[in-house]
Ligand binder design. Structure first.
Ligand code: ADP
Ligand code: GLC
Length: 500
């Protein structure tokens, strides 16, 4: 089985969020199952070619853009930890910039993202041909890759090179759609009928790369079972794509992400000053002290719960609930550490909390890989009050680090975290359902109450640490789908899925 995975970001090369973690880990897990895997990424300027020993494979490849031609270079590397081969579409004009999707100077999307990801999508197909490497299946991720199935179903449909190639399109976040003004259709060189009202790329008078992926791919997956149900059942979650998803309901599968325990594991985590394990939690206490110091929080000199947040600061993540509950929240006997970057309104919110509640709030606004690991290790609880959450990875990392998650019951958070019942000792976190400041406070209060009972709290921590969310199980589910799609040219039909 040969699989090409196409993603706009992947660890360790480029990352803005969880997609990078998935695209970095799933390929390795598939390779461990005996699959021949190649991953194709944009060759961003921020990727250090020396560090990864990236070498040029083919120069002067071309992609038509309207009546112009855009050239690119295909580059490649391997990493010591697996057999996966990594490829990069390198374009001086399109990817060698400061930022992946947003211009760091203006904070806005690059104005030519349509052309950048057109080059990427068609560049992937041209690269596969240039390599003379025919994948059985191309696994696509999010809107940045959405044009690929449209090209395969049109311009390349008679090309014998791709006659056996199937596509799987994974939705990591349906709210990011890659919608552009209708005029850009001229650049794409796709059949005119694809842009007619309600056709494959047409979305309320615009051109939608995400819709293209959902419409033309042979199979669609998303990153939790619950999110699969949510996005096909209402406009609130489906963001306008719910009708299309309902029409393709039997081709839509929910597969929960895994986590890479070589990277996220307190026993071996290279970013931690102190390693620890479930049967010896002393290191966690030391990490807590080191973290407080690093974040400028006073050492309380007693057992005081520290709540961590690591997040893109976007409205998806539910920070308006923190804003609305901040007065009450800050009255509680706790400290918080927050690491994030994103929308300015949330930068303001957290800056003002730090100012108003000195000694209670530690804050870093920015992207900091090492600090993210240290917060997972040093915090006692981890807060994710998301409005919606396709999968969410930090609640899974938290479990592994003995950091008890407090989450809202949505998407992958609902699928992975069971509410703790102090009577029975069942459950691994604290869950609230209603999207309201009261419900959030109620869950935080329950967590604080449970924290006071040291013995049962440590049991709860250890239980979370014992849960297994490794990639192996999820990778097997993907492989099963690939195999069924390969054997059976008709798209495979989803079994009726019942989420937890
Ligand atoms: P999303 O993909 O929606 O951002 P996930 O929970 O799936 O949410 O994944 C987020 C990933 O990005 C995690 O690995 C998290 O640690 C990381 N991350 C988010 N913000 C930051 C930040 N400011 N600094 C470092 N890592 C971050
Ligand atoms: C998206 C989602 C997040 C998910 C990640 C990886 O960014 O917002 O919930 O975990 O993709 O699939």
């Amino acid at each position: 089985m040969k699989i090409a995975i196409v993603s706009s970001e992947a660890v360790p090369f480029a990352k803005t969020g969880g997609l990078a973690d998935v695209a970095g880990a799933l390929p390795k897990a598939l390779a461990n199952l005996g699959v021949e895997v190649r991953v194709i990424l944009p060759g961003y300027g921020s990727i250090d070619e020396r560090t990864y020993r990236i070498e040029t494979v083919v120069k002067g490849l071309e992609v038509p853009t309207g009546d112009r031609r855009e050239t690119f270079t295909l580059k490649r590397c391997k990493l010591p930890d697996s057999e996966v081969e990594w490829f990069f579409i390198d374009s001086l004009t399109k990817f060698r910039r400061n930022g992946l999707y947003l211009d760091k100077k203006t904070g806005k999307d690059f104005p030519d993202n349509d052309e950048r990801f057109l080059l990427f999508c068609r560049g992937v197909l041209e690269s596969l041909k240039a390599l003379d490497w025919k994948p059985d299946l191309i696994h696509l991720n999010d809107w940045q890759t959405g044009l690929i199935p449209a090209y395969l179903k049109s311009i390349y449909s008679q090309d014998p090179f791709f006659s056996e190639t199937k596509t799987v399109f994974t939705i990591h976040n349906i709210a990011y759609q890659g919608n552009f003004p209708a005029e850009i259709s001229e650049k794409l060189n796709l059949p005119a009928e694809f842009f007619y009202p309600t056709a494959g790329l047409e979305y309320w008078g615009m051109v939608s790369y995400l819709k293209s992926g959902i419409h033309f791919a042979d199979l669609i997956t998303t990153v939790s079972c619950r999110y699969a149900q949510e996005i096909s059942s209402s406009n609130e979650f489906g963001c306008g794509m719910e009708g299309l998803l309902r029409a393709r309901q039997s081709d839509l599968h929910g597969i929960m992400n895994g986590i890479d325990y070589k990277v996220w594991n307190p026993e071996i985590d290279r970013f931690l000053p102190f390693k620890y394990r479930a049967d010896d939690l002393e290191g966690k206490r030391k990490n807590r002290l080191a973290l407080s110091k690093q974040m400028g929080l006073p050492n309380p000199g007693r057992r005081l719960p520290l709540i961590g947040i690591i997040s893109r600061l976007a409205s998806q993540k539910g920070f308006d609930l923190i804003e609305a509950s901040s007065k009450e929240l800050m009255k509680l006997d706790l400290q918080m550490v927050i690491l994030g970057t994103g929308e300015e309104r949330y930068h303001k919110l957290f800056r003002s909390l730090r100012r108003r509640y000195p000694g209670k709030v530690g804050l870093k606004l920015g992207f900091d890989e090492a600090l993210a690991h240290r917060i997972e290790a040093g915090a006692d609880m981890f807060l994710m009050p998301s409005r919606y959450e396709p999968c969410g990875l930090n609640q899974l990392y938290s479990l592994k680090y003995g950091t008890v998650p407090i989450v809202r019951k949505t998407g992958g958070l609902a699928d992975s975290i069971d509410d703790y019942d102090p009577e029975t000792g069942l459950g691994c976190g604290f869950v609230f359902e209603e999207y309201s400041p009261e419900a959030l406070l109620e869950a935080v209060n329950r967590a604080l109450e449970a924290y006071r009972k040291k013995e049962s709290w440590e049991k709860l921590m250890r239980y979370g640490m014992s849960l297994d969310f490794s990639w192996e199980a999820s990778a097997k589910k993907y492989l099963e789908l690939y195999q069924r799609l390969k054997r059976n040219p008709q798209p495979v039909t989803a079994e009726s899925q019942s989420c937890r």
